[in-house]
Design a protein around this ligand. Sequence first.
Ligand code: ZN
Length: 260
Amino acid sequence: MTTHPSAAVIARYADPGADLDEVTMWSVELHLEECAECRSRLTGGADVLERVAAALDREIAAGPAPARRRRWSVASNRWLVWHLVPWLVMSLAVLACAVLLQAAQPLVPLVLLLAPVAPLPGVAIAWSRRHDPAWELIAGTPAAGLAMLLRRTAAVLIVIVPSLALASSRTGVSLALTLLPCLAFTAATIALGAFIGVHRAAAGLGIAWTLAVLVPAVISTHVPLVLRPGSSGAWALLTLALAGLAATRAANYRRLSSHN
Ligand SMILES: [Zn+2]
């Protein structure tokens, strides 16, 4: 700790009229931060705070009562994330095209091939500094972090999962092999997103799947090994493992890092 400043210096520091040079000002300020004794010598400091608090209390009590929010508006603020809508519409449009194409050309199970990446555009946008106009505001609230991302991911899945189920029933592909990879990739995005940001994780996984599985399958018109019947157990295990990993990385989402 630095030495206690003299009473005269503290009095000049407290007096807004006195011109204290900047170096002394800083050293007094630094000292006050760690010295309770000198803080108590700051004459009138506690008084001023108490008077301000009392005046604020009076003014708040005299003001109009805060408007009560309607229940539906709370729900809509919490669950409807408007900036997600265009991305979800795009995903649904792609899925609808896949259903039509698969009906016309049944050799390639397009719905099956697109299912893992279908939720990724929505999840990528769910917790993104660039795409959420209120990101800074939300990031500062206690609700931010993994809980917020999961809630928004749920909002994405509420739209994507029934659409995938419908698409799988329309095209006759396995429901388990449509939904489990979709959930596995969602969990993978959240788990990987804890390290490199959700946006990058979604883009990376989407590109990897497209290049490693989707494109070769479309070219060869063969169902890829990872989507053959019997692989749903492995997908279920993978989903659980990735969800567990994401849960242990919750703390990473509390940080305001540059890659959100
Ligand atoms: Zn001191």
